[in-house]
Each structure stands twice: as structure tokens, then as C-alpha cells.
Ligand binder design. Structure first.
Ligand code: C2E
Ligand code: CA
Ligand code: CA
Ligand code: CA
Length: 279
């Protein structure tokens, strides 16, 4: 039974009960996956928009479920964020990314920075900096080879604390990017105050580029604003050569998307480090 807020007592409907039971089951499965380390990373290259040269790779987590196969992050990151389990999953992701950078360096390949996605709860967590530093140290990786992608929702909390957290991470040599830019509520004042390195423009805006002038004008405005603030601009979700050409003309620094490559397992991503020029 639950209290419906009016002083009466109501019962959960069968649908509500099912949802709760499912959720408890899902959370239990996620905890089990953490204990069993059932997560692995795929990598998607980011390239210089003008030259096609590899600039970095984004690590994207997958849950290698023994029965369900490869589960995409959209299916478990929201629950992980809600339950706080994202902190542990995030540690696994950071550690695997550092291990992979070290593995590439041991293969005598010229490493590029790897960016990892960080959720709001994980970003606000007091241990993030020490988790980062200990993973880097454990694998002997330079902090310059790691980048964090935070969303605008990470920047919604107490703005002074956010600025301090970003500065603390940056003072270690780790770069910080804003992910999915344009979908959240960050203000120009906030962007100016925060010392961010990279602005990743959400794929929704890249999609608009095919549909005429307003999409282009919007993108152009973001590019010039970012450049004034000293940030690199990355267009996400680039799927067509038409989009690439517009982005090149607008002076967008880097592109990422299916046109270049889908996210691939580490073994395949090794080829990007060998080829270097991806278009
Ligand atoms: P995101 O950080 O915005 O990552 C980009 C997503 O768009 C990825 O989906 C990628 O596969 C997909 N994508 C890349 N290029 C294209 C394209 O050209 N077209 C289209 N339609 N899609 C493209 P994915 O791998 O399913 O990840 C989804 C989201 O899950 C990520 O969005 C990110 O928010 C979250 N996520 C992934 N890995 C992690 C992680 O390790 N930690 C946290 N906290 N979140 C993660
Ligand atoms: Ca991202
Ligand atoms: Ca994104
Ligand atoms: Ca996204």
C-alpha cells in the first residue's frame, strides 16, 4: 500500500507493481554486472574536420550481458544514474580507458586522447579526481591523454562548485568537454566562466544542416561563440558528406559520426591509430 498524499491509502495497480518489480530486478542485474565486470568499451574516432586526421577517440560503454548480448548504454545508464551505481560503472570505464591507452602505447602506436562520458552524479562525486589520478597512475598514462565529457546537466548545480571541480580536474592536465551542447540549459555567462576545452554540438543540430539556412546560421553562431571563448568545436552525429562540407565551410574544428565510423571494439579501433587519416 502507498499513501496517495490525501491522507487516504491506495494500492499499487498491477502495472505499477510490475514496474517496481522490474526496476528492482534491473537494479539487481546491474549490481551483478558490476561485480562481474560485464562492461566493455567501444571507441568512435573524432577527426580534424579539414584534414580527416584522427584527433581522439570517444569511449562508449556497452554491457556485455551473458544472455541478452550487447546492451546499449541508453538502456542502463539512466537507471545507473538514478541508483548511484553510475559511480562504480564510471570507475570501471575510466580504468578500462586508461588500460586501453596504455595497451596502444605498448604496441608502439602514437596514442590519441580518449574521452570518457561522465554523468552528473559521477561528476558531483567527491572521489572523481582521485579515481582519475589513480587510474592514470596505475596504467602509466599521461593525463593529457584523457578527456572528460560532461553534459550541461552537470553544470546545473551550484555554479561555483562546478567551476572549482572543473578547475581541479584541469589542473591535473585532463581536458574537459561539454557534451550534447544545445540540448540543455547552460548559459553564455556560465560557458564564459568555466574553463572548458571542447564544445560538442549535439547531433540534433548536425541533422538540421541538411535542411537549409537556419541550421547553418545556428551552427555558425555556436562556432564563433566557442572560438571567442577559446573552445574547440566538435560536430556530433555527422552522417553525410553534405553535412561535412557545410561544417568545413563554417570552420568547425572536428567531426564525429557514422560518416567517419560507428563506435567499434578496441581491436578495430587500433586500425584508426595506424591509418591516421580517416577521410
Ligand atoms: P553520447 O555521449 O552523446 O554519444 C554519442 C551516441 O551517438 C553514441 O550512442 C553513438 O554510438 C551515437 N552516434 C555516434 N555517431 C552517430 C551518428 O552519426 N548518427 C547517429 N544516429 N548516432 C551516432 P551510444 O554508444 O548508444 O551511447 C549513448 C549515450 O550513452 C551517450 O551519448 C552517452 O550519453 C551515454 N554513455 C555512453 N557511454 C557512457 C559512459 O561510459 N558513461 C556515461 N555516464 N554515459 C555513457
Ligand atoms: Ca559523449
Ligand atoms: Ca553527445
Ligand atoms: Ca547524447
Amino acid at each position: 500500500a502507498k499513501n496517495n498524499g490525501k491522507g487516504h491509502c491506495a494500492f499499487y495497480t498491477p502495472e505499477q507493481t510490475e514496474r517496481i518489480v522490474n526496476r528492482i530486478g534491473a537494479e539487481h542485474a546491474l549490481r551483478h554486472a558490476i561485480d562481474n565486470r560485464e562492461f566493455l568499451l567501444h571507441y568512435q574516432p573524432r577527426v580534424n574536420a579539414a584534414t580527416g586526421e584522427l584527433t581522439s577517440m570517444e569511449a562508449l560503454v556497452r554491457w556485455a550481458h551473458p544472455l541478452r548480448g550487447m546492451v546499449s548504454p541508453g538502456e542502463f545508464i539512466p537507471l545507473a544514474e538514478e541508483t548511484g551505481l553510475i559511480v562504480q560503472i564510471g570507475e570501471i570505464v575510466i580504468d578500462q580507458a586508461c588500460a586501453q591507452i596504455a595497451a596502444w602505447q605498448n604496441q608502439q602506436l602514437q596514442a590519441v586522447p580518449v574521452s570518457v562520458n561522465v554523468s552528473p552524479k559521477q561528476f558531483a562525486h567527491a572521489d572523481l579526481k582521485s579515481v582519475l589520478m589513480s587510474s592514470l597512475a596505475r596504467h602509466g598514462v599521461a593525463p593529457e591523454l584523457l578527456e572528460l565529457e560532461i553534459t550541461e546537466s552537470c553544470m546545473l548545480q551550484d555554479s561555483q562548485k562546478v567551476a572549482q571541480d572543473i578547475d581541479a580536474i584541469k589542473s591535473c592536465g585532463i581536458r574537459v568537454a561539454v557534451d550534447d551542447f544545445g540540448t540543455g540549459y547552460s548559459s553564455l555567462a556560465q560557458l564564459q566562466r568555466l574553463d572548458l576545452d571542447v564544445l560538442k554540438v549535439d547531433q540534433a543540430f548536425t541533422r538540421e544542416l541538411a535542411n537549409g539556412e537556419t541550421g547553418e546560421a545556428f551552427f555558425m553562431t555556436i562556432v564563433s561563440m566557442a572560438h571567442i571563448l577559446g573552445m574547440h568545436v566538435v560536430a556530433e552525429g555527422v552522417e553525410t558528406t553534405e553535412q561535412l562540407q557545410v561544417l568545413q565551410a563554417l570552420g568547425c574544428n572536428e567531426v564525429q559520426g557514422y560518416l567517419i565510423s560507428r563506435p567499434v571494439p578496441a581491436g578495430e579501433a587500433t586500425h584508426f591509430l595506424v591509418r591516421r587519416k580517416l577521410f
